[in-house]
Write a protein that binds this ligand. Structure first.
Ligand SMILES: [Zn+2]
Length: 124
């Protein structure tokens, strides 16, 4: 155990995928990672989330290879994106916030539209 070195979370995080994919160059690096995970629950949790996401993606890719990809899915996404873009140009009072976020390794784009309406009452 004495030869195991403690590395910081900042060093663990960027190489997380390498650990999950078994692409770390040496066996001792796996021990360093495992040692870190044993002592750092947040990193362990992140690693397990990443691993689940990667396995999910790999299953998805396998399914895409054997089965047919949903027809016209990309087209529909494109149409919706263009529709949203069009709305943004037409609706001057709307504010569109596009937030790109990653959850479990999946990158999604969240489009939030806020409509700012000025309600004026003219009593005169
Ligand atoms: Zn950590």
């Amino acid at each position: 155990m004495s030869d195991l070195q403690w590395v910081s979370c900042e060093q663990i995080m960027p190489a997380l995928v390498l650990f999950i994919d078994h692409e770390l160059p040496t066996e001792s690096e796996y021990q360093v990672f495992e040692f870190h995970f044993q002592n750092c629950p947040p990193c362990l949790q992140t690693m397990e989330h990443e691993r689940t996401a990667i396995e999910f993606m790999q299953n998805l890719l396998r399914n895409t290879c054997t089965e047919q990809a949903p027809e016209g899915l990309n087209e529909r996404i494109l149409q919706q994106t263009q529709m949203l873009a069009g709305q943004t140009q037409v609706e001057f009072f709307s504010q569109t916030t596009i937030t790109e976020f990653s959850f479990d390794g999946t990158t999604s784009i969240q489009v939030t539209q806020e409509f700012t309406q000025e309600i004026r009452h003219d009593f005169n």
